[in-house]
Design a protein around this ligand. Structure first.
Ligand code: HMH
Length: 225
């Protein structure tokens, strides 16, 4: 029963409408190279350098989502976003530890254009004129792309290198998947209560995020020099 109902939600509909782009963003050659164990460690380090800085902007964005949770929403809704924010703190700590292991100097990283573009877009989403429905939908999708991507690296036939398992588990674990489902529920509920104009705005943002995620992977898989 819930399967039927679930497919009628706006988020499910938009995923269907953008199936090709979603698949491109979640089955990228960068992820495939982790999954089949052929990844060049420099590509991995490159991704990590850039992603650390992205996540720092993501924290600000998630804080803005937290502020937008309607006061009359069930307590649980605020708790889900707060949990997301808390998880980002441990993620940042993890990034620093990992960077140490890989001998990456996070403070010396130059942000590349696709990362800058994505961070700029997050800043737009942080503004007050981005309604809660659009913001929480964006948050869900940002987490979902990573979850769906990294989950594939944990499948039984995956040959993910041992050193990368802690990375893929961060976003590909069953717990993280559950968390994306909680976010999806919040997004669908907010979208149901949103005006047509707000839904349209959220839909545009949805597509833009998939494009930015795809470009982020492209950037990660490309090492200068
Ligand atoms: C680019 C990007 N998208 C999504 C996530 C998920 O947190 C991340 N860490 N980085």
């Amino acid at each position: 029963m819930s399967g039927q109902l679930e497919n009628r939600t706006l988020t499910a509909e938009w995923l269907r409408q953008n199936h090709e782009l979603y698949t491109a963003a979640t089955n990228h050659s960068f992820i495939k190279s982790i999954r089949d164990g052929t990844i060049d460690v420099n590509n991995f380090k490159h991704w990590m350098e850039q992603d650390y800085h992205f996540v720092r902007e993501l924290v600000r964005f998630v804080a803005s989502v937290l502020q937008k949770v309607p006061r009359n929403a069930p307590e649980h809704d605020l708790d889900v976003i707060l949990g997301g924010l808390t998880a980002l703190e441990s993620e940042i700590t993890w990034f620093r530890k990992e960077a140490n292991f890989w001998q990456i100097f996070l403070e010396r990283v130059t942000l590349l254009q696709p990362n800058k573009d994505y961070c700029e877009f997050l800043k737009e989403l942080e503004r007050e004129d981005t309604p809660y429905a659009a913001a929480v939908t964006a948050f869900w999708l940002i987490e979902l792309v990573y979850c769906a991507s990294f989950m594939s690296c944990l499948e039984e036939d995956a040959k993910t290198p041992y050193e990368l398992v802690s990375t893929v588990k961060r976003w590909g674990s069953p717990e993280f998947h559950q968390y994306t489902l909680s976010l999806k529920k919040l997004a669908d509920k907010a979208l149901e209560n949103a005006s047509d104009a707000e839904q349209k705005q959220a839909q545009k943002i949805f597509v833009r995020i998939l494009e930015l995620e795809l470009k982020f992977w492209d950037m990660a898989g490309f090492v200068l020099g």
